[in-house]
Write a protein of this length. Sequence first.
Length: 97
Amino acid sequence: MTSIPFDTLKFVETLEIAGIDREQAKAISVAVRDSHEVVDVATKRDLDDLRKDMTAQLADLRKEMNARIDKLSLQLTVRLGSLLIVALSVMTAIIKL
């Protein structure tokens, strides 16, 4: 995740203009900066990267599933053909008896 930019000097100056003394303004600024470092916030870029990654993974999954379905379809066709040949052979043997 990306860190959030925080201008401590501008923050301190804003607090001083509001009437807070410089040392208190610095302490508040440090506290706010530290709280931002602890928080793990997702940015629009993070979410966009995640979306692209998930889209790529989904596309790979679709390819893999289509390949598996094609393989199973071929196996089913071969088994059904084999079963048909065996059934016809048995019918032919029964008719000749």
